[in-house]
Design a protein around this ligand. Structure first.
Ligand code: 9MR
Length: 372
């Protein structure tokens, strides 16, 4: 009996190993996104803490093969990098820099000043002086540490409302609207060799775009450096605002800025609003109608997703002289923040690689967009 068991185990292992080898072959013969677009723009991805630690070898292979720009999805946000007043945890960010250097990739720091994911102590601040102290120390300490080690910073993230007015964040309320320019001025001093970006979602939409342009002009008029603007690119299948995106690329570029698509994903699940405000939620929790693709995407949606990605990349290629980077917000569908927002526990499919890290039809359509 023991012998039979051992023979069975050997057979099973052999079959498994053969399957793995096949799988590996399939991925290593795929085209590489960063190679395909190497003369056009950088291709980036957001990395989770585990991916920075290289915990999953398949993820690691897909990352190294396809991307040349890395954005930390969370670990450089202030709640992680300065969890207590004056106490910094640089370990994961240092690891990311080391990883990027080892593989000849660049890093975009995300993000210095954002109203969300603030450390608890900062959320409790009520005086202007204390907030100004946190603001200045945080930028000086974090930005100077990574100067010459990273390519750029999302200096300020999501400072605007949908109508283009300033978001009433803790920074706006206590420091006044000049805080954005001040953040860029401090970062420019602390990190003179690092590019400085303003990053937001929906800033391709006309009203928010107008507010964004006004904000950028204020920074420029103050004689402070700003190098680029990030259009995050959290869009929805079948509803990609191509016209607004193109207008935005042209208008931002006319300000002398590099244009970047910084957090690209195309959501496929039902939603009743646009954008990426992490505080916004939908309430229809348990209705299966709001989680329709638990077992995979039907062909029609898969095709629409592929067509949408193709249209986006055709547009990006048309303006490749103005666009320096296209970053996806995650490596594969399983990692995407959209599985948990705005309704927790859904199965979303917004990226080019599926949960098994296999390229989806959208991946091949993106590659084809280059050939056309
Ligand atoms: O993808 C990030 C997710 O893991 C975090 O829980 C979330 C918390 O705020 O932030 C997500 O990333 C956001 C990014 O930093 C800024 N733009 C919107 C992104 C999606 O919420």
């Amino acid at each position: 009996m023991k012998k039979i068991n051992s023979i069975l185990t050997t057979i099973t292992l052999t079959v498994l190993l053969a399957a793995c080898a096949d799988n590996k072959k399939a991925t290593t013969t795929e085209p590489s996104l960063k190679e395909i677009f190497k003369d056009d723009f950088d291709i980036g991805t957001a990395l989770s803490a585990d991916q920075i630690e290289e915990k999953d070898s398949i993820a690691d292979e897909v990352i190294r093969r396809n991307f040349n720009s890395l954005t930390p999805e969370n670990i450089m946000k202030s709640m992680h990098i300065q969890p207590e007043w004056g106490t910094y945890d640089f370990t994961p960010a240092d690891k990311l820099v080391e990883y990027s250097q080892k593989h000849g990739m660049s890093v975009v720091g995300h993000t210095l000043i954002w109203h969300s994911q603030l450390p608890q102590f900062a959320r409790n601040i009520t005086s202007k002086d204390s907030l100004a102290e946190f603001f200045t120390n945080h930028i000086n300490t974090v930005a100077s540490r990574y100067d010459r080690k990273i390519q750029g910073w999302d200096v300020v993230n999501e400072a605007l409302n949908e109508d283009g007015t300033m978001r009433e964040s803790i920074f706006y309320k206590l420091l006044g609207e000049g805080y954005v320019t001040e953040a860029f001025r401090l970062t420019q001093e602390a990190a003179p060799n690092t590019e400085l970006y303003y990053n937001d979602y929906n800033n391709e939409q006309p009203s928010k775009r107008a507010g964004c342009i006004e904000l950028i002009k204020k920074i420029q008029d103050a004689g402070v450096r700003i190098d680029g603007v990030g259009i995050q690119g959290h869009w929805h299948v079948g509803r990609i605002p191509l016209k607004e995106i193109e207008e935005s690329i042209l208008e931002y570029s006319a300000l002398g800025l590099k244009v970047m698509i910084t957090e690209l994903d195309v959501e496929v699940l039902p939603r009743n609003f646009q954008g990426a405000d992490v505080n916004q939620r939908m309430t229809m929790k348990d209705d299966p109608a709001f989680n329709p693709y638990v077992d995979g995407l039907p062909d029609s949606v898969q095709q629409q997703l592929a067509d949408d990605y193709a249209a986006l990349f055709e547009l990006f290629l048309k303006h490749k002289d103005k666009i320096t980077r296209v970053t996806f917000w995650g490596v594969n569908d399983g990692q995407s923040w959209l599985n948990g927002w705005p309704v927790p526990g859904r199965t979303n499919h917004p990226l080019l690689f599926d949960r098994e890290f296999k390229p989806k039809p959208a991946f091949y359509k993106v590659i084809e967009a280059k050939k056309n």
